[in-house]
Design a protein around this ligand. Structure first.
Ligand SMILES: NC(=O)c1ccc[n+]([C@@H]2O[C@H](COP(=O)([O-])OP(=O)(O)OC[C@H]3O[C@@H](n4cnc5c(N)ncnc54)[C@H](OP(=O)(O)O)[C@@H]3O)[C@@H](O)[C@H]2O)c1
Length: 328
């Protein structure tokens, strides 16, 4: 497993990480604790040392399982969590941020958080910069080691780079969301801000495994948020309408058919992300240890050819970009 630097944190993180929203059981399937722990161990055994979670995932379930998991490991696992969406009462005061950090520490069973990310907080709150001042203070006091921001828009990302000392930015980045390449990657890397790529498989569309008839479980956001009914539509299928996303995924599959031999479409899609050197780590979510293992294999794979890369860019510019909904 290759490692990359995560901004100015001093962490060398595995270029394939693991997204732990699923093990919070928010995707309609109650991933049993045993299965979740198995997936985490399989990923770590394959060299994954970076896990992304949030206090809100399963109302703390995801963090608690990860806490159990890190107790069982002797190797160093870096855990990035998030705050800002667990309660509607969250605000950017010192007390609120310190309280949220303490609660995450308790669930994870650690005395200090490796990385805490503001979790897509309202733009006005981001702009008044108070959250950053308080995070900095709490960092000096030792409850957190680093802080970063998970953002919805490229503009928010640039704002954080220019106005805060955030170490990392988490952004939606995948073959269906290519604008990031031109507008954010360069400025982030020249300011030594690590980029964490989320929703890398467009919530599974870029695995090619769904048909238009596919029914998602009732409590799965791919069922109840497919058009942004509850939160930013970009977090579900990267903002692309489901039926259209299936057609785009077929076209992507065609372009990548001669690439990387036996690799699956999911693996090729993750490889496309890693081919951008400015990315520190990509965090596919996984519901099974098989998915986690297949995703970890991507680090050892060759790059996508320049020709296929250019064809995917053309497909994005011509067809996909105008179909992406939501703040971006
Ligand atoms: N606002 C935020 O900060 C925010 C928002 C969204 C996500 N995130 C973070 O980013 C992580 C990744 O994003 P995501 O989980 O939403 O989307 P994603 O990684 O694009 O898609 C995950 C889904 O893809 C499928 N999958 C994964 N690996 C596979 C494989 N090898 N073969 C076949 N299918 C595979 C699984 O679908 P099935 O479930 O159908 O098996 C899985 O649930 C999250 O877990 C979370 O940590 C953060």
């Amino acid at each position: 497993m290759n490692k990359r630097s995560l901004g100015n944190t001093g962490f060398e993180v595995s270029e394939i990480g693991l997204g732990a929203w699923q093990i919070g059981a928010d995707w309609g399937v109650d991933v049993p604790i045993k299965t979740a722990l198995e997936a985490l161990h399989v990923a770590a055994d394959a060299g994954v040392n970076f896990i992304d979670t949030a206090d809100v995932y399963g109302a703390g379930r995801s963090e608690k399982i990860i806490g159990e998991f890190i107790k069982e490991r002797s190797d160093r696992i870096i855990v990035a969590t998030k705050m800002g969406r667990a309660t509607s009462a969250w605000n950017d005061s010192y007390e609120e941020i310190a309280k949220a950090a303490e609660l995450s520490c308790n669930r994870l069973g650690v005395s200090s958080l490796d990385l805490v990310q503001l979790h897509c907080i309202p733009e006005e709150t981001l702009h008044n910069l108070q959250a950053f001042e308080n995070l900095e203070k709490i960092k000096q006091e030792g409850l957190i080691k680093n802080y970063g921001v998970s953002v919805e828009t490229i503009e928010e990302g640039i704002f954080c780079i220019e106005n805060s000392s955030a170490s990392s930015l988490q952004v939606i980045f995948n073959i269906f969301r290519q604008r990031v390449v031109k507008d954010l990657l360069n400025i982030a890397s020249s300011n030594n801000v690590g980029i964490i790529a989320r929703v890398p498989l467009a919530s599974g569309l870029l695995t090619g495994k769904f048909s238009k008839e596919h029914q998602f479980a009732e409590r799965d956001h791919r069922n109840f948020n497919s058009d942004g009914q509850l939160f930013n539509v970009g977090e579900t299928f990267a903002g692309v309408p489901f039926d259209l996303g299936i057609e785009f995924a077929n076209e992507v599959e065609g372009i990548l058919s001669k690439e990387l031999n036996e690799a699956t479409l999911a693996q090729k899609s993750l490889r496309w992300i890693l081919d951008h050197d400015e990315i520190s780590t990509v965090i596919p979510g996984a519901t099974t240890s098989k998915q986690a293992a297949q995703n970890a294999e991507v680090s050892a794979m060759n790059s996508i050819s320049r020709k296929a890369y250019a064809d995917l860019k053309f497909l994005y510019d011509e067809k996909i970009d105008s179909s992406v909904r939501g703040r971006y």
